[in-house]
Design a protein around this ligand. Structure first.
Ligand SMILES: Cc1cc2nc3c(=O)[nH]c(=O)nc-3n(C[C@H](O)[C@H](O)[C@H](O)COP(=O)(O)O)c2cc1C
Length: 163
């Protein structure tokens, strides 16, 4: 799958097959996350891969709209040092991971981090050092659903020269 196809067909997937994801693929997803654009090239992101079922249960229980983390074989936590542009950097990394997952035939979903009251608790749960923020959680696995959520048409959102 080429990059354009991956990004045009990516949708959030919240149901997964009971099939393990090879370690090399998980490493490649994190590699794609680390290569994302970063303001002033500070590269403040760190990635915690959680496969342990008990910890995934905890993450699912702590989050409000992330219950399905318990059912995903893998959850990648995108953390960032608290820099001026940590949210933009962490979001770019998160999107790279979602697209790479799609290209590898996996399904993944962006679960909210930073703006949620549980963000600090999750940082503590995975042992993040002081001064790090949770940007997102990305549960992923081989997809058990194929959602096709509607998007606003190009003609609605594209403005040439002026709004
Ligand atoms: C910043 C952000 C936070 C999100 N948080 C959640 C979440 O907590 N739980 C969830 O199920 N989906 C979450 N999503 C996924 C959105 O619901 C999803 O992207 C949106 O419905 C569009 O669907 P699509 O990703 O399939 O195109 C989040 C997406 C973004 C960008």
């Amino acid at each position: 799958m080429d990059a354009i196809e991956a990004l045009k067909t990516r949708r959030c997937v919240r149901a997964y097959l009971n099939k393990p994801v090879p370690r090399e693929i998980i490493e490649d997803l994190v590699d794609c996350g680390r290569l994302a654009a970063s303001a002033i090239n500070i590269q403040p992101c760190e990635f915690v891969v959680v496969t342990d079922a008990a910890v995934r249960q905890q993450l699912a229980g702590i989050s409000d709209y992330g219950r399905f983390i318990a059912d995903a074989p893998v959850c990648i936590l995108v953390l960032s040092k608290d820099t001026k542009y940590f949210l933009e950097d962490g979001s770019a990394a998160t999107q790279n991971i979602l697209l790479a997952a799609r290209a590898h035939g996996l399904g993944a979903c962006w679960v909210a981090g930073d703006k949620k009251p549980y963000a600090r608790e999750i940082c503590g749960l995975v042992g993040a050092p002081e001064g790090y923020r949770l940007v997102s959680m990305v549960p992923l696995g081989y997809p058990a659903e194929n959602p096709d959520k509607a998007k606003r048409p190009l003609s609605d959102v594209l403005h040439w020269e002026r709004y």
